[in-house]
Design a protein around this ligand. Structure first.
Ligand code: GDP
Length: 298
């Protein structure tokens, strides 16, 4: 995902090697190059501005360590600031004190939501939980079947309206699923909601109605990391329309520039909880800001 950005940053740091001491001009030039590299990776402008401001301040400031050469010092600062914009600490999924824990998944169609539902279900199962997948995407004809397929692959039960019962009311399905989970002793309920190709008011309202019906412990906004700058506007729209407590980045295995991944935490103020890195159910893990920063810095 971050190959180009990694290469660019690597080249910038290589240029600094061998310098005995960094002049203010060196720091300026380096910051300018990092700025361009980030913008070309599609990182949102306000995020870049803040990032570069902090790098410059720290590189110019007093925190110069005798143990590190100038290139190492810059790399250390950039690394720490990358970890910070990615969220700092790893944020774990929050479980309810009284089960079931309810997790609502929201995002645009094609973001990888249904796949993610299966991945998260398998991940939870592997941790000893007994999740229930709930099909509340009743807009797309194949969505229920698709969830049933990933449920089967994950070995997790799927709660869905009976086939032939018409389109169904996703709010009622969501509400009923909680009772079902209690009776069948599922301790986590994963609610898949409908996604449209673009942000639209009806979709937001439906997701908000489902939210109000099930009082989720977590609302996860699922976003395709390959959609570049659009990710920020989409995230802001979901934040305003539904609200969310965490982000899941999908398609981090792609070769796009990845700026969405670096922007979304800062722009929404919500942590990235998980990363999805392929089409298979196992291509999924907890998101660790420090590991991602290390990957970017190569
Ligand atoms: P939904 O409309 O949000 O439910 O999206 P889907 O789960 O149907 O996923 C849309 C497409 O993206 C499918 O072809 C998935 O196989 C694919 N997909 C989902 N997650 C990933 C991922 O992390 N990496 C890659 N390469 N493809 C993914």
């Amino acid at each position: 995902m971050f190959d180009t950005l990694s290469d660019r940053l690597g080249a910038i740091f290589t240029n600094l090697r061998g310098k005995g001491r960094l002049s203010p001009q060196d720091i300026d030039a380096t910051c300018r190059e990092i700025r361009i590299a980030l913008l070309e990776a599609d990182v949102a402008l306000p995020v870049v501005r803040g990032f570069i401001g902090r790098i410059k301040e720290r590189a110019t400031g007093a925190e110069v360590s005798a143990a590190l050469n100038p290139a190492q010092q810059i790399i250390k600062i950039v690394n720490e600031e990358l970890v910070a914009i990615l969220g700092g600490e790893t944020r774990r999924l929050r479980f309810a004190k009284n089960p079931p824990t309810v997790i609502l998944l929201a995002g645009l169609q094609g973001a990888g939501k249904t796949t993610l539902a299966g991945k998260l279900a398998l991940w939870l199962r592997n941790q000893g939980h007994a999740p229930l997948l709930v099909a509340c995407d009743l807009q797309r004809p194949n969505a229920v079947t698709q969830l049933q397929v990933v449920g089967q692959q994950a070995g997790v039960q799927v709660y869905a309206p009976e086939p032939g019962n018409g389109v169904g009311d996703p709010v009622a399905v969501a509400r009923d699923s909680i009772r079902h989970a209690q009776v069948k002793q599922h301790d986590v309920v994963l609610v898949d909601t409908a996604g449209r190709l673009g942000v639209d008011a009806e979709l937001m309202q439906q997701a908000a109605d489902i939210r109000d019906a099930v009082s989720p412990d977590e609302i996860l906004f699922v976003v395709d990391a390959m959609i570049g700058q659009d990710a920020v506007a989409t995230a802001e729209a979901f934040q305003a329309g539904v609200g969310f407590t965490g982000v899941v980045l999908t398609k981090l295995d792609g070769d796009a520039r990845g700026g969405a991944a670096l922007s979304v935490r800062h722009v929404t103020g919500q942590p990235i909880l998980f990363a999805s890195t392929g089409e298979k159910l196992a291509d999924f893990d907890t998101f660790h800001p420090d590991r991602m920063a290390s990957r970017i810095l190569g």
